[in-house]
Design a protein around this ligand. Sequence first.
Ligand SMILES: [Zn+2]
Length: 279
Amino acid sequence: MQRKFFRDDALVLRTYKLGEADHIVSLLGRRSGRMRAVAKGVRRTSSKFGARLSPFGHIDLQLIEGRNLHTVTQVVGIDLYGKRIAEDYQRYTAACAISETAERLTPEEHEPSLRIFQLTLGALRALADGDYPPPLVLDAYLLRAMSAAGWAPALTECAICGRDGQHRAFSVSAGGCVCRNCRPAGSTHPAPETFLLMKALVSGDWKSATASAQPVRNEASGLVSAHLQWHLERSVRSLAYVQRTELRSLEPRSLEPRSTESSPTQRRSAVPNESMENH
Ligand SMILES: [Zn+2]
């Protein structure tokens, strides 16, 4: 059988152990979309490309096409963000949530998704560079990725009737802000600053975003997570481990007004290894 080679630049979303010495690598390729490939012998210390295939790196690689799994034959590091991300716990937990979301938003293998690729690359680079607080980088990524997927939360119009304006209520099931007339039962009333922060994150206004207060950030994170998980119809496991200065629960009840400010004792401190491997 003729072996078919192909080449792409890609982001390493995560790796899984395979047998004694190999890894399966989950990749998001610029042209190829999401794909999985076997990297043989990478867990041996003599491996040429073990480090280049660590999670969160931007790499250029050559593969042999397989029916389900490709095989990595060459890897060149373009920007290996993994080390700088792993040095900081907040960066690391945010990167895990970004990678998991990128996988969820690209369920079909080999469907090109250039916008998600670019957003994911930009977010991992921002985490590695440390220019902004990691939880804000994560929430900006989630908002923009949801927009690329076609279901951004409505922030400047009513999600139900479309009337323009800054409406005060928010309904996850309705799809974002809702006006007084449409407001479904169970809508919440976040602080106006929370909507301002979400809009700043969508538009890349980092000056406003970084000036926001912690309770506002927590409330925005709660809305963003709830909106994301509602549309994915399941939870994004890594989001539960994101280290925020003041951690809030991800249960729907955390969307009740102001409850996000109340529980500093809920801080979680462990990320299970399987978010990087085995899983
Ligand atoms: Zn309305």
